[in-house]
Write a protein that binds this ligand. Structure first.
Ligand SMILES: [Zn+2]
Length: 383
């Protein structure tokens, strides 16, 4: 097969590259996109037709982690495969206790941007998930280390319930402002970006002051901070599948009534809150938070939740594909780009449910999943 000149795949229909940017067709050659029509059509070329999106992105999931902490290699691979099979070809791992670099070397696995380990404090996050720093002052150094071994992102836990407050136990920021400032500066000095787990309203102004690059959950972004989050273009990942669990979390927190009441309030307002973010012009991202208590492979469920909240389908699809790729520094389906794309039998921008049944998930030029999984030649009309 070495030296093959002919493209292996011809994709046609509506190929969405970005906002108001569509093309009619492209070819895949040596795993890469080419927009140049081949002079002779090889007989072994796979024909794919339909609505085409750049590979989907899950910006908040955890590979190598489940409800009880780190998992074995087989489970980590199963998690990444489940994501891939739904069309997620790029994922930002928002913190994992496992080093998944070996998965990054696998041609058949989705691209993973690792944020390293969650940085937290003892008793101030889920057990066995992150690196627990005894002294908050250790944060900047820990950030530097994670930035150096990660893929351009560092994940901090910004707030969590403080059970030491007894019956008054409630969400509280984990880090003093000065430490947070220094930690974010340390990440930026390493050319890494910082994203932060944030449930409460109290932590948001601190994150803004420190200059974080992205906010996870963001349930506490309120009238006093929403304008600044929008104006500064800080993306927010609403993780509605996770926030849907706040009610259940509250039900298990009987000893902490203040906290439980707050979690219930945020749960009840979750759709309205996400709509407020959207209306204010906040850049929303799609993240399932899979890999803790949520199963992998649920990106379409998260998209459907955003639609249920009232976000237009077009905007949800953009957030789940080309927009997220742009924010993460991955280009669209331009000449020479890796052929990471998903073909659908109808326009997912009209109906989010279309995302559930891809015709073909193409990763590095190969059909790895979808109805035509494993197909590599012959004429196939997907419409
Ligand atoms: Zn998470």
């Amino acid at each position: 097969m070495a030296g093959t000149e002919a493209p292996s795949v011809h994709v046609r229909g509506r190929v969405v590259l970005g906002r108001d940017r569509e093309i009619d067709e492209l070819w895949v050659k040596d795993g890469r996109v080419t927009l140049t029509r081949p002079s002779a059509q090889g007989s072994s070329m796979l024909e794919l037709e339909g609505w085409v999106l750049p590979g989907l992105v899950d910006v908040h999931c955890h590979v190598g982690l489940d409800a009880d902490g780190p998992v074995d290699d087989v489970t980590a691979e199963t998690q990444a495969t489940a994501d891939r099979d739904t069309g997620v070809l790029l994922l930002r791992d928002a913190g994992s206790p496992r080093d998944t670099r070996w998965l990054q070397r696998r041609e058949d696995m989705p691209r993973i941007l690792r944020s390293g380990r969650h940085l937290a404090r003892p008793r101030r996050y889920l057990r066995r998930y992150g690196l627990e720093l005894e002294d908050p002052a250790m944060l900047p150094e820990a950030v530097r280390a994670e930035a150096r071994s990660g893929d351009g992102w560092v994940k901090l836990v910004g707030d969590w319930i403080d059970r030491d407050l007894g019956a008054d136990g409630d969400l509280r920021p984990l880090w003093p402002q000065a430490v947070l400032d220094e930690a974010v500066a340390a990440a930026h000095a390493e050319a890494a970006r910082v994203t932060v787990h944030a449930f409460s309203d109290e932590v948001v102004p601190m994150l803004l002051a420190a200059g974080v690059d992205c906010i996870e959950h963001g349930t506490g972004i309120d009238a006093s901070t929403i304008g600044e989050v929008a104006a500064r273009g800080i993306p927010v990942t609403p993780t509605l599948l996770q926030v849907a669990q706040f009610d259940a979390i509250a039900a298990r927190a009987g000893r902490y009534p203040v906290y439980a009441a707050r979690m219930r309030r945020m749960h009840a307002r979750r759709y309205e809150h996400v709509r407020d973010l959207f209306d204010a012009g906040v850049r929303l991202l799609v993240g399932t938070d899979a890999g803790g208590t949520i199963a992998h492979g649920r990106v379409v469920d998260e998209c459907a939740e955003l639609v249920a909240a009232g976000i237009p389908v077009r905007d949800v699809v953009a957030a789940a594909s080309w927009q997220a790729r742009e924010i993460l520094g991955y280009g669209s389906l331009v000449e020479g780009a890796s052929a990471d794309l998903v073909v659908y039998p109808a326009d997912p921008r009209e109906d989010v449910e279309v995302l559930r049944h891809p015709t073909a998930v193409v990763l590095r030029g190969r059909v790895v999943a979808g109805r035509l999984a494993g197909r590599s030649a012959g004429h196939v009309t997907a419409r």
